[in-house]
Ligand binder design. Sequence first.
Ligand code: MV4
Length: 460
Amino acid sequence: MFKKILIANRSEIAVRVIRACRELGIKSVAVYSEADRESLHVRLADEAVCIGPAPSKLSYLSIEAILAAARVTGADAVHPGYGFLSENPAFADAVEAAGMTFIGPKGAAMRQLGLKSAGKAVARAAGVPVVPGTPGLVDEAYMKNLKQNVIDQIGFPVMIKATAGGGGKGMRLVRDPEQIEAQLRQAQAEAQAAFNDSAVLIEKFVEGPRHVEIQLACDQRGHYVALPERDCTVQRRHQKLIEESPSPVVPPQTRRAMQEAAVRLAQKVGYTNVGTVEFLFDKHGKFYFLEVNTRLQVEHPVTESVTGLDLVVAMIMAAAGEELPFDQARASEIRCHAIEHRINAEDPFRGFAPCPGKVRTLELPGGAGVRLDTHLYAGYTVPSYYDSLLAKLITFAPDRAACIARSLRALGELKIGGIQTTAPFHEKVLRHPDFRDGTFDTGLVEKMQAEDAAKKGAAV
Ligand code: MV4
């Protein structure tokens, strides 16, 4: 087993990984930028190394700086967390080339799944349902008769997606066949500018979908385990706000089919460590592969809460060449319902504008069925350089209704003084009839904003 793990990240996820290391008796090394000297992860780790100035490019995204910190501290493994370098195959390879273990999938597997077109081809080959569309990337031959090809082979409305895009970046919806040519050219130009890769694909547009994803855990001894799904349908501009498990709309036989599909896909590329297969789930109960996230995700505690398993421990064991600490039968046990709330330093009443600043007072929720993953403490100043996630409030209870009640109770106890947060918006979602009955789709937040605007209009 590893003796010392360097955590190449900051904030709540660095704290999460340091805690797992401590419980396993493994020493931890924190890295931090000049803006993060006073961060909780620096205080909690056994050692800490400053890796550069505040801008991420010069610190948390610097492969050289991080490898130097790992070398001088004698770390034998690196955990990348999420974001930053976590899905960068060159980083995974560089860690291994330096004689250390990357706690995540192999660089080769990341490359096979990184681009949308590549992931979709693997999914097709593995017999995983994909959204109907162009067989691969749009090429010159397809462009010659573009409108008619789309009408004959796909059917409007369609979505144009940049193959290098992700999380909603580089996507556009086209309903009018007369617009397809112009929209496609614009999408290619945008993709070129944003990703230095102009390649796009076209897909049938799925109306009013839900976002449902399957967590995978795979060791290096041929075990592929699929955990219960997470429903991440409550999003705003492709930023997830609430995740829950199990999904209120996925029946048991569909869950099993999605799990089997995710495992087939993983087997196809010899995937190791944890990963997540994202699907669209449509109004007819059909699911379609979207993409694979080759990292630990922000919302992993939802899965940990419903199963009672520890995914960071699983990552460390799999990376060390050990057997996974659970099998498929154990991972299929759904022991409760869980909901995660992302509490961001944003003002939900001013268009979710970022609100960094000093946390003057802090009162934390507790009691049965409450988990709070955060790097906050009273007196901490939230820097403006990084993303705005402050805390993840995860609640779990025997059923969904009890879990919603518990979330409202816990959000009532949480008091972050000095900065605006998204906490009040979460209470509003939990009281919304569409959320309570589980019938919402990805348009819920916009629908709520439209309802508010109508109410304000009526009052005048
Ligand atoms: C789609 C879609 C409808 N049809 N693809 C958005 C993020 C990216 N990973 C995929 N996305 C979508 N792809 C087809 N063919 C609708 C979305 C989408 C969405 C998906 C999941 C959660 C929220 C969403 C919000 C808007 C659009």
